[in-house]
Design a protein around this ligand. Structure first.
Ligand code: GAR
Length: 204
């Protein structure tokens, strides 16, 4: 059984999709052991409580990045987390944090990286006039929205789209992509060569 730890800061719809897939057996042999938010009022916490999951609030406000990260890593270790899933966790991890979980931290970003890293990626893409948008699940490294890519999903931008409809359709894809990426990583059937995820590697 692999233990997933979720970090979030807001609404938590990606977390909810992962939780639904875990419950339905679509992420086999995995359980969510803790949901941690740096924001006390994150909607995702409510969802987690409703689902009977262990929740923790570790406020980041006014704390130095590494001091906060030490608290978060201690909580993840206490709950014996194997894989850390950032699900709308709007905080950059310190290099120290990343080193504690090598290739065991995933993030989802609402653009086809390396296009539009950072905040409000969907709005950036819409304003730029791209004809194809999407989302990326990637390993977390020391740089923002940067590590090796695990899964991407692309959708066309429609003439009828505005930022909101585009964001909503990207989000639908996010909810599919994240669980796919978790399954790939938990299967161990891949290798990361440079930036490239090579599938069909022997199970590790
Ligand atoms: C999602 O769109 C996610 O891709 C994005 O925040 C949203 C969280 O929604 N993350 C980033 O922009 C990270 N750079 P959710 O709380 O409903 O999952």
């Amino acid at each position: 059984m692999k233990n997933l730890g979720i970090l979030l800061s807001g609404r938590g719809s990606n977390f909810e999709a992962i939780a639904a897939n875990v419950s339905a057996g679509r992420i086999p042999d995995a359980q969510i052991v803790v949901v941690i938010s740096n924001k006390p009022d994150a909607g995702g916490l409510e969802t987690a409580r409703r689902l009977g999951l262990t929740t923790l609030v570790i406020p980041s406000k006014g704390k130095e990045r590494e001091a906060h990260d030490h608290e978060v890593v201690a909580a993840l270790n206490k709950h014996k987390v194997d894989l850390v899933c950032l699900a709308g966790y709007m905080r950059l991890l310190s290099p120290w944090f990343v080193q504690q979980f090598p290739h065991r931290i995933l993030n989802i970003h609402p653009s086809l990286l390396p296009a539009f890293p950072g905040l409000e990626a969907q709005e950036q893409a819409y304003a730029y006039g791209v004809r194809v948008a999407g989302c990326t699940v990637h390993f977390v490294d020391e740089e923002l929205d940067h590590g090796a890519i695990i899964v991407q999903k692309a959708i066309p931008v429609l003439d009828s789209d505005d930022e909101h409809t585009l964001s909503a359709r990207i989000l639908e894809q996010e909810h599919i992509a994240y669980s796919e990426a978790i399954n790939i990583v938990l299967s161990g059937k891949y290798e990361v060569v440079g930036r490239k995820l090579m599938m069909n590697a022997r199970a590790r």
